[in-house]
Write a protein that binds this ligand. Structure first.
Ligand SMILES: [Zn+2]
Length: 313
């Protein structure tokens, strides 16, 4: 009996050590991703000579296009989290595809999207729908001209108008040029595109469940998750001491808001009066280790989905 107990104890210790070392490996791997400095050009086409780009395209390279905006993210962070995160996704996916011998290239990150909601804060750039559409279309025209067949977009900005214009541009450029343009989408959310032309632009992703972080109140923008992700990948761009002191935004007890929808609407109309410091959520509860693990797992799930998608094609 005693012997069985000792064997069981050793087994538990081995399993726990295994989980611990997998977790620390993942955090180290995440940290290594930004070893090239914080330049969003590192490992992109910008840092390659044209002959290498041409060779890679001839080998059938999948092109990864990070899309975001430059937008305020509270008093504790820089204004680039959306494009930094989209860029990091592309970079992790590229590194995973490299391991499988699947050629890929990352375009210069695209950060001239639509950020109307926070445009009242200095440092938040927004463009018109036609500007964003034309710019994306010109990028697809160039890629098509060089022989690129497949493009995958990584979008880091959730504003509805920005997403609509992005989706429309992808559909239109695909129809006009024949180039395939995809977006990785959670397989549980693809039904909503069933009756839209966008259904042909989807790579379904089976994401692992996230490790939860104990964030207080509703988290939406520059919150505990984004703060943790940025603090993990780009520590020099986050004032973590200030972040820990920020009070969470709490709209639940406020009489002017009857539902979360009311808050969202008021925020979209006048962000500065609803969130005067520019964050919506609870930055102070950030946990950069958990955020890094979640981010790495999500990006690896995307890389896995891309590999399967192109194998089946
Ligand atoms: Zn953001």
């Amino acid at each position: 009996m005693k012997k069985h107990f000792i064997v069981l104890l050793i087994q538990i210790l081995i399993v726990s050590y295994d989980c611990y070392s997998q977790t620390t490996d993942l955090i180290q791997e995440a940290r290594d991703i930004t070893k090239g400095g914080y330049s969003i050009f590192d490992k992109t086409m910008v840092d390659l000579p044209w002959i290498e780009i041409e060779k890679s395209i001839k080998n059938g390279a999948i092109v990864l296009l990070p899309v975001g905006v430059i937008e305020e993210h509270g008093p504790h962070m820089c204004s680039g989290p959306d494009i930094y995160q989209a860029y990091i996704s592309a970079k992790i996916v590229k590194s995973e595809l490299d391991k499988k011998g699947i050629p890929s290239l990352i375009t210069p990150p695209f950060y001239w999207g639509i950020a109307d909601i926070a445009n009242c804060f200095p440092g938040t750039f927004t463009v018109s729908e036609s500007t964003m559409k034309s710019l994306l279309s010109d990028i697809f025209v160039s890629l098509n001209k060089w022989g690129v067949k497949n493009v995958i977009v990584f979008n880091g900005h959730g504003e509805p108008k920005h997403q609509d214009v992005l989706h429309q541009s992808m559909i239109e450029s695909h129809k006009a040029l024949g180039i395939n343009i995809y977006l990785p989408v959670d397989k549980n959310n693809i039904n909503r595109y069933q009756n839209s032309d966008f259904r042909d632009c989807i790579i379904p992703v089976d994401y692992k469940p996230q490790i939860s972080i104990d964030c207080r109140f509703d988290n939406c923008h520059a919150d505990c998750i984004e703060t943790g992700t940025m603090a993990g990948f780009f520590p020099s761009l986050v004032d973590t001491v200030m972040a820990r002191k920020l009070e969470p935004t709490d709209f639940r007890g406020r009489p002017e808001f009857k539902s979360p929808g009311d808050v969202g609407q008021a925020w979209a109309k006048d962000a500065r009066s609803v969130t005067p410091l520019g964050y919506f959520g609870d930055p102070a509860s950030f946990d950069y280790e958990i955020s890094l693990i979640n981010y790495m797992n999500d990006s690896k799930s995307e890389a896995g989905a891309i590999e399967i998608f192109f194998k089946d094609k």
